[in-house]
Design a protein around this ligand. Structure first.
Ligand SMILES: C[S@@+](CC[C@H](N)C(=O)[O-])C[C@H]1O[C@@H](n2cnc3c(N)ncnc32)[C@H](O)[C@@H]1O
Length: 315
């Protein structure tokens, strides 16, 4: 089984899509490899590891569903529950999105794919099938197979060439006139206080060391446009103010972020990036960041965006 750090996968992607890479390459996207120790640590860090990661995925799904007032933004509501309608979730993680949908749309066939089998294999609705696979070996489905393909929360994981490869594969397996949807988050530091800036800059730096430009999540519509094969490209966006000034959603997103940053593994990474002891680092998240976000002038914006598009019918 390969993984998203696989050298061969990356070479394969670069060969296939090298003509597309220049359009999006950003001077902030270095590709130098990290030190082996650091790479192993970061690899573990960005893949779900334990029950806490799974709980976080569940909570994240439900607060997002609330903010968007729906499971998806693509115009499939009238068709989704029809017999034979097929939905794929790529990088489905614990399967939260699929489990929620499968209970609502009983006639639909749902498929989830993830490199890490943290999805439930036995206790699940009968209309979901989970598959363990690496997207960078190609999606293990024929062309034009699904009516709707969804992928969520890959902005800390994919490099530009991986985005291009993954989206191309998603387009390939979607039926003509079917829909694809990419659900992501990004920030532009608007309203951020000095502590949050310091933390986010460290996180972005760690991603850049792996060639991951987190800002790509704010312009996936441009990538969709450049890849052709899809039309009717849309962007559906919500803004959350992080912390208590953003009401209940702001508190939930802030807590999820702090929970993510204060695991043992995260603290190991952040303490090295910020040149602090683990205890000081933990204090930075649990006290300093929380206090900063309570101030009335703290209006740190965080953007949640769903890109959706329709596959072109060439016939
Ligand atoms: C941040 S989690 C998001 C999970 C889920 N989509 C959600 O929103 O809750 C990213 C997921 O992508 C999976 N992933 C990362 N690289 C992958 C690859 N090359 N092929 C398949 N899945 C991958 C990880 O194992 C993880 O479950």
């Amino acid at each position: 089984m390969g993984n998203y750090y696989s050298h061969n996968s990356t070479i394969k992607i670069k060969r296939k899509y090298s003509h597309k890479l220049n359009e999006f390459t950003d001077s902030r996207s270095p590709t130098e490899p990290t030190e082996p120790h650091e790479e192993n640590l970061l690899q573990k860090y960005y893949l779900p590891n334990n029950n806490e990661d799974i709980d976080r995925q569940h909570a994240h799904h439900f607060v997002k569903r609330y903010l968007f007032q729906g499971y998806f933004s693509s115009p499939i509501e009238k068709k989704i529950n029809q017999e034979g309608f097929k939905v794929l979730d790529v990088g489905c993680g614990a399967g939260t999105w699929l489990l929620d949908l499968a209970n609502k749309y009983r006639n639909t066939d749902f498929f989830g794919l993830d490199i890490k089998p943290i999805f439930p294999n036995e206790i699940k609705p009968g209309n979901i099938k989970f598959i363990e696979a690496d997207i960078f070996n190609g999606l293990p489905f024929p062309d034009n197979e699904f009516d709707f393909v969804h992928m969520e929360s890959m902005h800390l994981i994919f490099t530009l060439d991986q985005w291009i490869y993954a989206i191309s594969e998603i387009i390939r397996v979607t039926k003509p006139e079917g829909y694809i949807e990419l659900s992501e988050a990004y920030t532009n530091f608007k309203g951020y206080g000095p502590i949050r800036i310091k933390i986010i800059e460290a996180l972005n730096k760690a991603c850049l060391q792996r060639g991951v430009d987190v800002n790509l999540a704010s312009r996936l519509d441009n990538i969709l446009q450049s890849l052709q094969g899809v039309t009717n490209i849309n962007r559906d966006e919500r803004t959350v103010i992080l912390g208590p000034n953003g009401g209940q959603p702001g508190i939930v997103f802030q807590d999820l972020f702090i929970n993510f940053c204060t695991s043992d593994l995260s603290l190991e990474i952040f303490s090295s990036l910020l040149n602090m002891t683990k205890d000081t680092c933990k204090d930075l998240f649990l006290n300093d960041l929380k206090n900063e976000s309570k101030q009335s002038k703290a209006v740190s914006e965080y953007y949640l965006v769903r890109y959706w598009a329709q596959k072109i019918n060439n016939n």
